[in-house]
Design a protein around this ligand. Structure first.
Ligand SMILES: C[S@@+](CC[C@H](N)C(=O)[O-])C[C@H]1O[C@@H](n2cnc3c(N)ncnc32)[C@H](O)[C@@H]1O
Length: 369
């Protein structure tokens, strides 16, 4: 089992990832969280504090004495932060899904550098409207996630930027906030078309700059659809919007754990003036938002990474949830990298699984409830 106890100058914290998988070796924090916490012990927080991209609450717990406003994009992260705060007898000012929900005039902001540059770019642009004139911004990340392009974003959007020495493969970034600086135009959300469908992409979502090649294969092999369709892990909503073209579809339900993904799907849906009813859910598990046996078709391009490890946990949860959500005779249609072996997982859950299409890298799989 993964290590759960983190010792920081601010205290000893028990931190659990979410979902909490029994065999997982992944911890709920990394060296960049610890480096940031140590930094704020030496140079304490002043005034109103914002924390952007806390993973599972390591920073929220360490800096809880300052009632931080915490930003986390996914339902898992927000629930994980709330759980870990409670587990450690701490509280935050609020846990919200995006930077634009932060209070105005923050005095201190901690930014965990995300893996996706587009997310950071959009967040830094949004952050400008939430910084007090003399605000201190300190960012931290693992060295492998900090590139020249990362530092260029801080420099061009916030102001002159320096970095710290690396410690345990983590680094801190210190931009000097210059309210008078004219930043480049924020390119997010990014809009582009694919096969006549307009897609709107918030920074940080999956395949935000072009259509994924796995998604393409599934688009060419969508199931015949009627009734209620779920686009599970919808991203920008491309699969659900394509399926909505069928006149026999009554309702499309777009579900993703990422708030930015669901926002993107909603914007894409509006941009295409699609006709059937659409509903949008940010959810960690499908069962939390959809009645068992109520769905005719689930389309799904599952995530294939948990942190940097290739993991099947989320895909497995999605297949189990799809099975529960489908009515008898309903279909799950999945595209996946063929090396992942999802065929056997789906067969275990549904008792059947056919390969509908394949190319060198991907397979489209179909299972009937
Ligand atoms: C490979 S992307 C597919 C996105 C989109 N359907 C496409 O094909 O472009 C997988 C999506 O699953 C979402 N996701 C990850 N974990 C999830 C979960 N537990 N529940 C729902 N969605 C999740 C991710 O945010 C991401 O948008």
């Amino acid at each position: 089992m993964a290590d759960r106890v983190l010792d920081l100058p601010q205290g000893r914290f028990e931190l659990v990832r979410r979902p909490d998988r029994a065999r997982s070796q992944l911890r709920a924090w990394d060296a960049a969280d610890a480096y940031l916490a140590r930094h704020f012990d030496e140079q304490p927080v002043v005034g109103t504090l914002g924390i952007v991209n806390d993973s599972y609450g390591a920073l929220a717990c360490a800096l809880a004495a300052h009632d931080p406003y915490v930003v986390a994009d996914t339902a898992m992260a927000r629930a994980g932060i709330a759980d870990n705060l409670e587990r450690n007898g701490r509280a935050a000012g609020a846990v919200v899904s995006d930077v634009d929900q932060l209070p105005a005039a923050l005095d201190t902001v901690v930014v965990r550098v995300p893996k996706t540059l587009g997310l950071l770019e959009d967040q830094l642009h949004l952050l400008r409207d939430h910084l007090a004139p003399g605000a201190r911004v300190v960012a931290g990340g693992m060295v492998r996630d900090i590139h020249t392009s990362t530092l260029d974003l801080f420099e061009s959007i916030l102001g002159p930027t320096v970095t710290s020495l690396a410690e345990r493969r983590a680094r801190l970034i210190h931009p000097e906030w210059q309210p008078t600086l004219t930043p480049p135009i924020n390119p997010w959300p990014m809009r582009w078309s694919h096969g006549g469908t307009e897609l709107v992409n918030c920074g940080g979502i999956f395949s935000a700059r072009s259509i994924d090649i796995g998604t393409r294969l599934l688009l060419d092999h969508l199931p015949p659809s009627t009734g209620t369709v779920v686009d599970l892990g919808c991203g920008n909503g491309v699969l659900g919007i394509a399926i909505a073209q069928s006149e026999t579809v009554d309702q499309v339900q777009f579900v993703d754990a990422s708030s930015r993904a669901v926002d993107s799907a909603q914007l894409s849906w509006t941009a295409n003036a699609a006709t059937p009813e659409a509903v949008f859910y940010v959810a960690e598990r499908l069962g939390a938002v959809v009645e068992p046996g109520s769905v005719d078709v689930v389309v799904n391009n599952p995530p294939f990474h948990e942190e940097r490890a290739v993991g099947d946990g989320t895909a497995w949860d999605m297949f189990v949830d799809a099975h529960a959500a489908l009515r008898r005779g309903g279909e799950l249609r999945v595209v996946a990298n063929r090396q992942l072996g999802h065929h056997s997982r789906i067969r275990k859950i549904f008792g059947n699984c056919e390969t509908v299409a394949a190319n060198r890298k991907f397979v489209v799989l179909s299972a009937i409830r």
